[in-house]
Design a protein. Structure first.
Lengths: 275, 471
């Protein structure tokens, strides 16, 4: 993993300001995002963009708003009644916060993997097939079989489960369940995959497998990952954004953030002085 | 003198004595513990209060035992004593006559009546009172001795290293266990008596004839084929569940998945009020409103069918009380059982599962249909089974609105009868325990008990399995 740090979209030198955009067209471009839970503001004026085919890590102490920000990207905050999101989130030039955008369709383009593995109470096969079925992605049974196999292969789970696709998803180990959830997200052919602390419930071996997988997936998708582990951010991401108290403090190449942070607060957090 | 003592208000006296001894013992224990604490350097193992509780416990146990023994045995002992002293002429009385005679003696004695005319009766009454008096004195003395003995014995044991707290804890545990044991013993007792009387009944009527016979006419002709009753019970329960299952389940889904906190805030209490309406109120609602409406509808259908020439005779029975009316109202009654239990299990489905489905681009109804309901299904099934057992055991609505004719009919507008209705009509009015008519009620009760027990056990099993899955 250590040799893998050459950033993918690193054709340009990272500009010195926190809200600067990379030169390559970003997959998602967020401008002046403010998030409120009732009267309290959770995110203050965050502008941030995510390059395609690269992993961006969001780090910061608990309660800094990184998960809330992540959930803006597929409008999962819609399911929380008191939550209000202001600002522009541009995907293909469209503001996904616009009311004309259907959150249901958006979520089929922006997949999400959660903190705790959450397989549905269905068979392994049906867990993967669920998304393609509701979106009508497969025209025949063979199609569906092919999608399920391809997704499981990409998630690195095929060899382990190919003989028991009808077993319940909950019968797998924690790490396997998490890869099942990744396969489930892949199956609806998303462009972006959001990961909210995907390894926090897993042991080190399972974590290593997921990290390998993330590195593999980076070749096809724009990935945004929230993590509490700075080693993990350093290992899997090309770009890192540091959040603190709902503000974006610093954003840049992962290597630069971890070796030569511009902000004092970033340095303090990374060296373990707070957080 | 002894006769006067026979009139002692023993209940109050015993309770007062128990209270007095318990408090004396408590203070005796605590004071001694405090003295030990003051006199020596060493500290006590338990706080003084626990020493007090310990001594009180030791005084209480013998006192309560004496009181219980008195309450259970006093009357029997004094009567036996009295009978053994009666002159030989009384041997002529049969057991039942003797019981009646003794009843009147006890009554006269306690009412302080002096009949005066019947000298023998007066003498017997006086003797009864004397026996009671000596028993009373004996009980009181025994209680004082027991309580004091317990007090003195336990107070001696107190000391610096004495573990009063542990012993009091164990005493508490015993008390709690005894309370649980009372419930269990009652259940066992009821089931045993049900079984015993049913076996008596099955001696007179073969069990096969009872379970599978199709003619029920217990009141007049001693025909005990209970199949029509089972049929009626299950038909009405089925109609009830056809109403309650969809309405209850869908309202639970609405409440837990769709309703905002405001709507939930007033709908849920209203559903709970539905559960609080006495069944007898549902009963006259069924009888006065629903049954006539069902009848009217059935008559209208009959006339229409005849008018358009599909039939020449009325198709439906259209009776003033009907299985449909009772079933519909019973369905309304069990809605809250289905909805509140289902609501609980749907809420117990982890939010992460819903998030997972939403994140895949599932709509709300897709999420509910494909993820939430399947995840909650075992719990929902359990809720439905509990509602079924409730519907089967329900009595008041069917007594008022289902009718009394034992028949097997597929027509829901005809009147049917149920197990519970028949039990009510068998047990009210003239009853005798040697009569198969009365005994058949026990057999019906046994069947009812077995069926509801079965449903409840299955429901509990299903819930247990479900719990293991998400913890």
């Amino acid at each position: 993993m250590d040799t893998d740090h050459t950033p993918q979209a690193a054709g340009t030198v990272t500009p010195p300001t926190a809200d600067a955009l990379p030169a390559a067209a970003p997959r998602i471009d967020c401008r002046d995002i403010n998030v409120f839970y009732g009267p309290t503001q959770a995110i203050h004026n965050v502008s941030l963009s995510f390059p395609d085919r690269a992993v961006t890590a969001l780090i910061g102490p608990s309660g800094c708003g990184k998960s809330t920000f992540l959930r803006c990207l597929n409008r999962m905050n819609d399911t929380i009644e008191s939550c209000r999101v202001d600002g522009q989130i541009l995907m293909d030039g469209q503001n996904i916060n616009d009311h004309s955008i259907d959150a249901v369709l958006l979520r089929s383009r922006v997949g999400m993997v959660f903190q705790k593995p959450n397989p549905f109470p269905k068979s392994i096969f049906d867990n993967i097939a669920y998304g393609p079925r509701i979106h009508g992605l497969a025209s025949s049974r063979e199609d569906l079989d092919a999608i399920v196999e391809k997704s499981l292969r990409r998630a690195g789970l095929w060899e382990e489960v190919k003989d028991r696709l009808q077993a319940p998803g909950t019968s797998l180990s924690g790490g396997q369940q998490q890869r099942l959830c990744i396969a489930r997200a892949i199956a609806v052919r998303p462009e972006v995959i959001l990961m909210d602390e995907p390894c926090s419930a897993l042991d080190p071996v399972a974590t290593a497998r997921i990290e390998e997988l993330i590195d593999e997936l980076r070749k096809r998708y724009c990935i945004v990952i929230v993590t509490h582990s700075m080693q993990q951010a350093a290992r899997v991401s090309q770009r890192t954004a540091f959040f603190h108290l709902g503000n974006l403090i610093e954003m840049g190449e992962t290597e630069q953030i971890f070796t030569n942070p511009r902000e004092k607060r970033t340095e303090d957090y990374i060296t373990g002085r707070f957080g | 003198m002894l006769q006067q003592l026979g009139h002692l208000p023993m209940g109050w006296l015993l309770i007062a004595l128990i209270a007095v001894f318990a408090s004396i013992a408590f203070f005796a224990g605590r004071v001694r513990a405090e003295r030990i604490l003051l006199s020596g350097e060493q500290s006590l193992h338990s706080r003084p209060n626990y020493h007090g509780y310990f001594v009180a416990m030791w005084a209480l146990v013998p006192a309560v035992l004496v009181a219980l023994a008195y309450a259970i045995g006093a009357e029997g002992i004094s009567r036996n004593q009295l009978v053994s002293e009666l002159p030989p002429a009384f041997d002529l009385l049969s057991d039942a006559e003797m019981k009646t005679y003794l009843d009147s003696v006890a009554q006269a004695a306690l009412a302080r009546e002096d009949t005066g005319t019947d000298l023998v009766f007066t003498a017997v009454t006086h003797r009864y009172l004397e026996i009671r008096g000596s028993l009373n004195i004996g009980a009181l003395a025994l209680m004082v001795i027991g309580a004091l003995g317990g007090l003195i014995f336990s107070r001696r044991r107190l000391g610096t290293s004495f573990r009063a707290r542990s012993l009091v804890e164990r005493g508490m545990e015993t008390v709690l266990f005894l309370c649980a044991a009372v419930a269990i013993a009652t259940t066992v007792g009821i089931v045993t008596s049900l079984l015993y009387e049913s076996i008596q009944f099955f001696r007179a009527v073969p069990i096969w004839d009872f379970l599978f016979g199709t003619r029920w006419n217990a009141q007049t002709e001693a025909e005990f084929g209970a199949l029509p009753l089972f049929f009626g019970t299950f038909t009405i329960a089925l109609i009830a569940m056809l109403v309650a299952a969809p309405i209850g389940l869908f309202s639970a889904i609405y409440l837990s998945e769709y309703a905002g906190p405001k709507a939930r805030g007033w709908i849920k209490p209203i559903l709970e009020i539905l559960a609080g309406i006495p069944t007898v109120v549902y009963g006259f609602f069924a009888l006065l409103v629903v049954a006539p409406a069902v009848r009217g509808l059935a008559i209208w259908i009959n006339e229409t069918l005849i008018n358009i020439g599909l039939t020449t005779e009325p198709l439906l029975a259209a009776q003033p009380t009907s299985a449909l009316a009772a079933g519909l109202v019973m369905g309304i009654m069990v809605i809250p059982f289905v909805s509140s239990l289902s609501d609980d299990v749907i809420n117990a489905v982890p939010q992460t599962l819903r998030d997972g489905a939403y994140a895949l681009g599932a709509t709300k109804s897709e999420t509910v249909r494909n993820v939430v309901v399947p995840a909650a299904l075992p719990g929902i099934i359990a809720a439905l089974l509990l509602a079924v057992s409730r519907a089967i055991g329900e009595t008041m609505i069917v007594v008022m609105a289902a009718g009394k004719s034992a028949r097997i009919s597929m027509d829901p507008t005809s009147d049917l009868t149920t197990i519970t209705v028949q039990i009510v009509s068998l047990m009210t009015g003239e009853t005798g325990f040697d009569d198969p008519k009365t005994l058949s009620a026990f057999a019906l009760g046994l069947v009812l008990f077995a069926v509801t027990l079965l449903f409840n056990v299955i429901a509990l099993r299903v819930v247990q399995k479900y719990r293991e899955k998400y913890d």
